[in-house]
Design a protein around this ligand. Sequence first.
Ligand SMILES: [Ca+2]
Ligand SMILES: [Ca+2]
Ligand SMILES: [Ca+2]
Length: 246
Amino acid sequence: MLRTLTSALFISAACTTSFAQVWDISRDFSAVQEEHDWRYLYSQDGVQQFMHNYAPEYWNVQYDPAVNPSYWTNISKDSMHPNSVNTSGGRSPVNQQAVLGWKCGASAHYIIRYRVYKSNTGCGDGVLWEVRKGAGLLELVNLPFNDNIGHAASIETDIDIAQLVTFTLSPLVNDICDTTGYQAAIFGSCQFDLNRDGLVDDADFSIFIGAYNDLVTISGDFNSDGFTNDADFLLFVPAYNQLLCP
Ligand SMILES: [Ca+2]
Ligand SMILES: [Ca+2]
Ligand SMILES: [Ca+2]
């Protein structure tokens, strides 16, 4: 495996399409709304809107319990928390969903990949995770409060330009211990161009190895089985060697 890789290290390949190929919130997460096509949103009373406040590491509606009203609802690069009418920590009793959005910049066939799991497994009634394309429901996952394994999936679908893909976290009855870990990524036709520079080269390999070492990171899950491992490495190397971007 390593010898094959060594021979590939000095070859680069150009992708056949010019638009960005991989969007991964773990790397794209930003203090700027709409950067890298991501939107940090929340939903209340059926109305979806932008989060207003950015604190280091996460977006929120109004997090500080010293400010009234305040809510749990927040999104970081790898976790989310909603707010419920049955809330905790001195927050205001309002139903809000945390909503991560990705707006499609070019009509094409894409793979939506995610992993979601409870990170606070101490108490509560769990959470609900929804993936939608526009108004259409693609996936619905009910996570028990203590499910730290969770669920990973890949969804292949055509997405139209300007269509919004959303990953939504709802609190169910109460928001106690609702901190939920997630990964979310959108892959275009050239899923090996992990850093979106139009080339499949060493920079992408470095990102892949980071995911490979972690195993459960979806960034390099090219065969859509929920894990980044040797099977994905075997898919990566030929594309790298053959100057192809399938
Ligand atoms: Ca809950
Ligand atoms: Ca690249
Ligand atoms: Ca895999």
